[in-house]
Design a protein around this ligand. Structure first.
Ligand SMILES: Cc1cc2nc3c(=O)[nH]c(=O)nc-3n(C[C@H](O)[C@H](O)[C@H](O)COP(=O)(O)O)c2cc1C
Length: 215
């Protein structure tokens, strides 16, 4: 058994790297934002990081658990009684707003081929609130914003959201009057109807997974 403590000078917390050499599996407890030290330790000792334990229950605590899980394929574990505790009031409001719905339609403009960072940040700020829910995409811009929508589809994967196939792309040239007043054509309206129908159907279909999920 290998045990290492790693101190985070900036936050005044500690994390732990615990590895079982026989099975070749390591666990990281409360990883800091910079996950390289854990990956180096795993390489050095020839083990793989299979699990991440998070004991900081306030979910807006700066933690590397998501980054480490993405980099290694490890599973993240929190205690089932932990619940969602956030440190900041604005996160609590955002969390309860999102938690209250079973599906979403994200409406996004496109800037320089991407979704606005503020929207990406709002998505990344939460995690379990999005899980096992459906999402539809409506984008707009001079080119219709299809790349912003594609970017949001990528983000919806790790957030465990099911992005429906249909989407609506609105061009400022053809679906707006004077580039400002929305005037969708019949095709855009039909796409919106299909998108909404899919979001509703998939949100309902995912209800058993939401009911079964333990946070
Ligand atoms: C700096 C800048 C970059 C833009 N890049 C894109 C783009 O890559 N694709 C697109 O479809 N529209 C692009 N647009 C057009 C915007 O999407 C459009 O102005 C839209 O109305 C902005 O929405 P908002 O005013 O709700 O933020 C860009 C506009 C600006 C000012």
């Amino acid at each position: 058994m290998l045990f290492r403590q790693i101190i985070h000078e900036d936050l005044g917390c500690a994390s732990y790297f615990v590895a079982d050499r026989e099975s070749g599996v390591a666990v990281v407890v409360d990883p800091q934002w910079d996950v390289d030290p854990y990956r180096r330790l795993a390489r050095l000792h020839g083990v793989r990081i299979g699990h991440v334990l998070e004991t900081h229950n306030h979910a807006d605590h700066v933690s590397g658990h998501g980054r480490l899980a993405r980099a290694t394929g490890a599973s993240i574990h929190i205690h089932e009684l932990a619940g969602a505790e956030y440190e900041h009031e604005h996160t609590r409001v955002w969390s309860s707003t999102i938690a209250a719905y079973d599906g979403y339609v994200l409406v996004t403009p496109e800037y320089n081929n991407a979704a606005p960072p503020v929207l990406v940040n709002a998505l990344n700020f939460l995690f379990h609130e999005w899980a096992n829910k459906a999402v539809g995409l409506v984008s707009y811009g001079v080119d219709g914003g299809a790349r912003a929508a594609a970017q949001l589809r990528m983000i919806s994967g790790p957030l465990q959201m099911a992005d429906v196939a249909y989407s609506v792309t609105l061009s400022l040239f053809t679906h707006f009057e004077n580039f400002s007043v929305l005037k969708p054509d019949a095709r855009a309206t039909a796409s919106l109807t299909t998108t909404l129908d899919q979001v509703v159907a998939w949100s309902a279909a995912l209800a058993p997974l939401r009911a079964a999920s333990v946070r």
